[in-house]
Design a protein around this ligand. Structure first.
Ligand code: FES
Length: 118
């Protein structure tokens, strides 16, 4: 069952950045990659680095601890390590706000995340 929740106004997520939000006691980051929005978990799956405030570029969020790039479409940092994946969530823009289905499991690599540009 889908559970789309409003996370943040798109205008509050600067281009090239990830902003931490909390919904239903859970933590997420909303990423703005040149006007395309993504939603992921707020901690890095490598060693728990905090992703709020991280840089976002070229379809990746860059963990500030070890600077590994995590692909915002697949959640992977390296195709050869499929078990190490940043959880991502389907998201949508509605009336200038970013919504995400926080009940959804990470999609398989290559699956459309249904995010929309602003
Ligand atoms: S903790 Fe994020 S790359 Fe190591």
């Amino acid at each position: 069952m889908q559970n789309y929740q409003r996370l943040i106004a798109a205008a509050d997520v600067p281009a090239g950045k990830a902003v931490r939000v909390q919904v239903d006691g859970r933590c997420f980051v909303v990423c703005n990659d040149a006007g395309k929005f993504y939603v992921t978990d707020c901690t890095c799956p490598h060693a728990g680095g905090p992703l709020g405030g991280a840089d976002v570029r070229d379809g990746n969020i860059i963990c500030p601890v070890h600077y590994w790039p995590w692909n915002l479409e697949t959640g992977l940092t390296d195709e050869s390590m499929p078990a190490l994946r940043l959880r991502t969530y389907p998201c949508d823009l509605r009336d200038g706000h970013v919504f995400a289905d926080i009940s959804a499991a990470s999609p398989r690599p290559g699956q459309d995340l249904d995010c929309h540009s602003q």
